[in-house]
Design a protein around this ligand. Structure first.
Ligand code: IPE
Ligand code: IPE
Ligand code: MG
Length: 254
């Protein structure tokens, strides 16, 4: 079966047959994109935000069900105060400017990460965005903001203890249910732009069996075609989940 889609120019694109349901992206390289052009880092973040719009549209077009984006890590607080402020105001601006359109397009906005520490005004905006879009189902957009994979595990363990869960009831499914991402499935594909090949504390628990795709392209330049390339590469991978080839009937099933 060949699946085709039409992009904004109405050109037909042939999509690979095996698409990831859940794609996660480490949107990296905004600063270097700007530096290479003699621009302030802020301009890189601004362009990166514009790009997010394009990639969101492409995700809908390609039929991706869940898109998780790494926007601000628990480690990013260590950046200069002025840059942290800019990154906070960018998310505020995106919500103000895009929320109605995203809602119209059927995007369900979720947040993963720690609310504590995020400025109050922004916390309220995140809450409004989540509430307004919670019934939408075209695409789930999971925004990792003030997110850290280890922090997520620590907070899950705390909640498990607070709930008084007996030790013999603790298994992988229970721990998953305490993660910020619950009840969403684990990511099938994790993309990182900018040439860095590390997780930087992203989806530590959920990414154990994801396929990884690294590209040297900086985030503001990671366009629809580059996204499609990642999906094609994913479709050519064999996911074994510990088994051997002869045991695999459906390559996507663990
Ligand atoms: C990604 O780009 C955006 C965030 C981490 C918020 P960077 O700001 O990390 O850009 P580089 O890695 O310095 O180029
Ligand atoms: C990871 O990028 C976090 C986000 C993309 C939001 P960083 O640029 O912060 O990662 P490191 O510090 O280079 O590992
Ligand atoms: Mg970076």
């Amino acid at each position: 079966m060949v699946i085709t889609t039409r992009n904004n120019l109405n050109a037909e694109t042939t999509l690979p047959e095996r698409l990831p349901r859940h794609v996660a992206i480490i949107m990296d390289g905004n600063g270097r994109w700007a530096k290479a052009r003699g621009l302030p880092r802020t301009e890189g973040h601004r362009q990166g935000t514009e790009n997010l719009r394009r990639i969101l549209r492409a995700a809908v077009e390609f039929g991706v069900e869940i898109l998780t984006i790494y926007a601000f890590s628990t480690e990013n607080w260590k950046r200069p105060r002025a840059e942290v402020r800019v990154l906070m105001s960018i998310l505020e601006m995106v919500i103000d400017r895009e929320l109605d359109d995203l809602n119209q397009e059927g995007v369900q906005i979720r947040h993963i990460g720690e609310m504590e520490g995020i400025p109050q005004v922004l916390q309220r905006k995140i809450h409004t965005a989540k509430e307004l879009t919670k019934q939408n189902s075209t695409l789930i957009l999971n925004v990792a903001f003030n997110y850290g994979g280890r922090d997520e595990i620590v907070s899950a363990v705390r909640k498990i203890v607070e709930d008084g869960v007996p030790a013999d009831q603790i298994d992988e499914a229970l721990i998953s249910s305490y993660m910020y991402t619950s009840p969403l499935p684990d990511p099938d594909l994790i993309i990182r732009t900018s040439g860095e090949m590390r997780l930087s504390n992203f989806l530590v628990w959920q990414g154990t069996y994801a396929e990884y795709y690294f590209t040297p392209t900086f985030w503001p330049d990671f366009n629809r075609e580059e996204f499609l390339k990642a999906l094609v590469e994913y479709s050519n991978r064999t996911r074994r989940f510990g088994k051997i080839d002869e045991q695999l009937s459906n390559r996507d099933v663990p």
